[in-house]
Design a protein around this ligand. Structure first.
Ligand SMILES: [Mg+2]
Length: 261
């Protein structure tokens, strides 16, 4: 394998779980910065605007600047401005993503031409899903900020929006457009910000499908960590394997500095 000159890192499950730092993670990020290894945090998290995310990470002990965070919400806004300019958009998501949806015209569900699903939450109820289903059958378009199936909190695994998107696709016969990881456009935008070509960049994540295999398809080295949502079955998939597996992001600087690479 060639030299790695830049790193993309997932946040949830890699740096933090329920916003508590994973042991050794803040120090690992500091060491990357000290070594002059450029990095960007590339996340499907939809609960925070990028400035709030950087602030939350700083409170948890990470030295992170807002411009180093690339979120699926920002990617979604960019997608909507390009592919559905001026369209009425209904957004269902955890948190409040509106701050990063510049230039997107938000409307009520029954008026929407585009329906966007972000992270799952208690608002993903049967009545709301049924209204979305009906609107899609009337011709609206479905967009996903991501299609993550689940994530890990301190209380255990939590079902995410990907399961609802899959259900709506099955019921309506329409495919959703996905804006966050594993969309190639999202990785390519993060690489552009990183300033490093795919063949000299690594993606570090706890989601084997969206982080690792998605990045490998774009030409990055895929590194899976055994934290967050990691399950042993992630290493036995038919559709691909990570290039490397680390116990946690705490081992990343040592791996990059050559040791066992
Ligand atoms: Mg993650």
């Amino acid at each position: 394998m060639g030299e790695i000159d830049g790193v993309l890192l997932d946040i949830d499950g890699v740096l933090t779980v329920s916003w508590e730092p994973i042991p050794g993670a803040p120090e690992a990020l500091t060491r990357l910065r000290e070594r002059g290894m450029p990095f960007r945090l590339i996340t499907n998290t939809t609960t925070h605007a990028r400035s709030e995310l950087a602030g939350t990470l700083c409170e948890a002990g990470f030295d992170v600047r807002p411009e180093e965070v690339v979120t699926a919400v920002v990617a979604t806004a960019s997608y909507l401005r390009t592919h559905h300019p001026g369209a009425g958009v209904f957004v269902l998501s955890d948190g409040d993503p509106r701050g990063d949806l510049d230039g997107v015209r938000l409307v009520a569900l029954e008026e929407a031409e585009v329906i966007v699903l972000g992270g799952a939450c208690e608002d993903f109820s049967y009545p709301t899903m049924n209204r979305i289903f009906r609107r899609l059958m009337e011709g609206a378009v479905l967009v996903g900020m991501h299609r993550n199936m689940y994530w890990r909190t301190t209380e255990g695994l939590q079902l995410d929006a990907g399961a609802y998107i899959a259900g709506l696709e099955e019921a309506t016969g329409k495919r959703a457009a996905i804006c966050g990881k594993p969309s190639p456009a999202f990785f390519e935008e993060a690489l552009r910000l990183l300033g490093v070509p795919a063949e000299r960049a690594a993606m570090v994540g706890d989601d084997v499908v969206n982080d690792v295999l998605g990045a490998q398809r774009v030409g990055l080295t895929g590194v899976l960590v055994r934290t967050g949502k990691f399950l042993p079955s992630d290493l036995e998939r038919e559709d691909g394997r990570p290039d490397h597996v680390l116990d946690s992001v705490a081992d990343l600087p040592g791996w990059l500095e050559g040791g066992d690479r």
